[in-house]
Design a binder for this molecule. Structure first.
Ligand code: BTN
Length: 336
């Protein structure tokens, strides 16, 4: 890891100040090199208090989601080991697909590796599901895309999106104590309004997946939404009444995703995650309307099965397994 990253990590993990001597010994660089890295961090906007004789203390971090800010918080082994940050980009999914095919930006010309994370502060052509536009205003939203190269059959990929949805909800609940839940299959929701959307795209042939890109858009510090989504959208800032640190949240989602995805890979199904998912699934035991192209119907949702399909109990007691790729589900009384 970059030595500057390492200094940042040590300062962040320590409540007390850390001496230049200790930093130089722990990292194995000279005290002059430590001092230069500290100066460079200050130039990037970090507040570092130099306490006489005692050393350095981190007193402020910029609200940045640059690679260093996110990377220095990660302890993952697979997810986000390579981070590409852009202050502005068309769409992180579009860029991720380009480098998953051929990574000219790396200088090596190889395709981007499994676990590569693309982050942007602003998207000029953010994509939502069903061809919709996704708003990503600069400095307020979170937009990132994770590239994976799963050894899975194409029909199992929709389950990975549910794993990401659960990771986002778990990260939000544990960081902020907010009572967030999932609207099946993968929207993170608070107080009946959408906080996060996920768009997974894949490149595959019959029987084999080349790569997938999982794009995550979280309404972090937004306070304004376009008219057409105003009644169904919310943000963490609106729910919590304060700004959230976006880098901290991205890192927490990556940590959680690595944990849950490992469990998912072991069984190739959602068997071991089903209970955890259903515990936060807002549709569970509630009436839903299934928008099936062959005919709409209503029923009571009973949570997901091992494949991520939503089990809907119809009048008369028959249970229908609804797959996320085929149909969408609405609440009877509102968005959830
Ligand atoms: C939805 O419609 O609910 C899915 C929205 C997904 C938005 C994210 S933001 C990061 C990534 N890049 C995109 O262009 N879209 C996804």
């Amino acid at each position: 890891m970059d030595n500057k990253y390492e200094i940042l990590r040590i300062l962040r993990e320590s409540d007390a100040s850390v001496s230049g001597q200790e930093l130089s010994e722990r990292i194995g660089i000279s005290r002059t090199a430590v001092w230069k890295h500290i100066r460079s961090l200050e130039e990037e906007g970090y507040g570092i208090e130099a306490v006489n004789r005692k050393g350095y203390r981190l007193v402020g971090v910029p609200d940045s989601i640059a690679a260093r800010e996110v990377g220095s918080r990660l302890t993952t082994h697979r997810m986000g080991r390579d981070i590409r940050y852009f202050s502005r980009i068309d769409s992180t999914n579009q860029y991720a697909k380009r480098i998953a095919e051929e990574d000219q930006d790396s200088g090596k010309g190889e395709a981007a590796a499994d676990g590569t994370l693309v982050i942007a502060d602003e998207q000029t052509a953010g994509k939502g599901r069903s061809g919709r536009h996704w708003v990503t205003p600069p400095k307020e939203a979170i937009a990132f895309t994770l590239i994976l190269r799963p050894q899975l059959a194409p029909e199992k990929i929709s389950m990975v999106t549910l794993v990401m949805g659960l990771s986002v909800v778990n990260a939000i609940r544990s960081l902020y104590g907010l009572d967030a839940g999932i609207k099946w299959p993968n929207d993170a929701v608070a107080n009946g309004r959408k906080l996060c959307g996920i768009l997974t795209e894949m490149s595959a042939e019959i029987g084999a997946v080349h790569y997938i890109v999982i794009g995550v858009g979280i309404n972090a510090n937004l306070t304004w939404f376009p008219e057409e989504i105003r009644s169904i959208a919310t943000s963490l800032k609106l729910e919590l009444g304060r700004d959230v640190n976006r880098a901290e949240l991205i890192a927490a989602v990556m940590e959680e995703f690595e944990r849950l995805y490992t469990m998912f890979e072991e069984s190739g199904s959602l068997r071991s995650l089903k209970e955890e998912y259903n515990a936060v699934c807002l549709n569970k035991d509630r009436p839903v309307r299934v928008l099936d192209p062959h005919g709409e119907y209503t029923g009571i949702s009973r949570g997901i099965d091992d494949s991520g399909a939503l089990l809907v109990e119809r009048e008369g007691g028959a249970v229908q397994a609804v797959s996320s790729g085929e149909v969408s589900v609405r609440g009877i009384y509102g968005y959830v």
